[in-house]
Design a protein around this ligand. Sequence first.
Ligand SMILES: [Mn+2]
Length: 342
Amino acid sequence: MERKLHPLTLIEQPIADTPLREWLESSEKVVVISHMNADGDAVGSLLSWYHMLGGRPGVILPNGCPPAFSWMPGADRIVSGDAERERCERMLTEADLIVGVDFNALSRIDFLAPALRESKARKVLLDHHHNPEIEAFDLVVSLSHLSSACEVVYWTMNHLWGDEAIPRDTARCLYTGICTDTGSFSYSSEQPSVYEAAANLVAKDINAAGIHNQINDIYTENRLRFYGYVLTNRLRVFPESHFAYIYVTLDDQKQFGITAADMEGLVSYAMILKETHVGALVREEPTRNRISLRSKYDVDVNEIARTYFNGGGHIKASGGQSTTSLQETIELLEKLFLKKGK
Ligand SMILES: [Mn+2]
């Protein structure tokens, strides 16, 4: 029943009844911040506000803008916590309004969390993850049934100022985040509202095909050959258990000169298999293993990531880590997902 409702009707307190518009328009020092290891949704929702507010806000990412998104309009304005930690802390301290996008807990902004927590600024969170840390904010717009933070931001802007007030550069940023968080409308996109938002954004002459190219056609030859190697040598498939996983050793990464960002999307290859219901990627790091989990149907991998891998995320896409050996991590995965005797 929920899926037929328009997102704006699902906000318990209509945004128009909150002081959000007044805060955004009257605050002198606005700072927008998103999470560590930013993805397209984080960068998109961050920069959408930069353009919407006429270039007024300071924009912060704890460890900067990933090169894959440096083409986005306004990306050169992002202040990186890694590179300029004190400047970021000062921006947060001196702000009168802080807007957090695409994260549900202060731990996601890592070493910048104390500065945000202690800032006297008004604090707003706009997000789509479950269980927002509401105590840390003055106003929370948390719509976990929506595809992306960019969609949450789109409907918020639409509701506050109307679609016609949204500028083209904001539309480019928001469309990018919606595409990256839905795999170009292949998952997390069951709600009709995501297509309505996309249609309204595409109507702003944003060159949607160009954005899809910028997001998808980005592999180096080396990265593609690494994928070939991994799919040949590091993919294990268990059709009877509807489970497949890929593991990547430190040696593999060294051999091909591969970074964590290069493995973004690798887990989806486990999901392409017809029989796979749940897929995993384990990548070895010097002091731990990172685990990505994906689910096609009703297995809640958010719960599994929370319970076994000190992580979390979404029901169908989550991640975590383990500090045991690669071998032990793989054994735990097999224990969790393999049917007995298979
Ligand atoms: Mn997101």
